[in-house]
Design a protein around this ligand. Sequence first.
Ligand code: ZN
Length: 123
Amino acid sequence: MINKIMKTKICSKCKKRKKLNKFGIDKNRKNKLTYKCKLCRNEWIRNHQRKPEIKAKRREYEIKNKKRITERNKNWVKRYYKKYPEKMEKKRKQARKLSKIYYEKNKENVKKYRKRYYQENKR
Ligand SMILES: [Zn+2]
């Protein structure tokens, strides 16, 4: 009987009784479970992230940490490359092919652009 009671919890948001696995983990709390069920929590996070000031903050963070983020992404690509060399090689070939197709399609424009660039930077 006690076990049965222990295995459910009322969500502080939607007030529904739900199984414990429907709640997130919060290490700061005594019973290690969040007040809100996962559904309500997800909704809260979604709403929270949609707020303009939060978006602005994130943007700011991204600008401030651009170097670090790029570095991290680079490392990730390197790791991925090591793990899946064939996949990456395929991707690289595809990219090369695409840029070639792009070049073929835009040959004239590229030529014109190069010519103009040359003219403008002659002196
Ligand atoms: Zn809920």
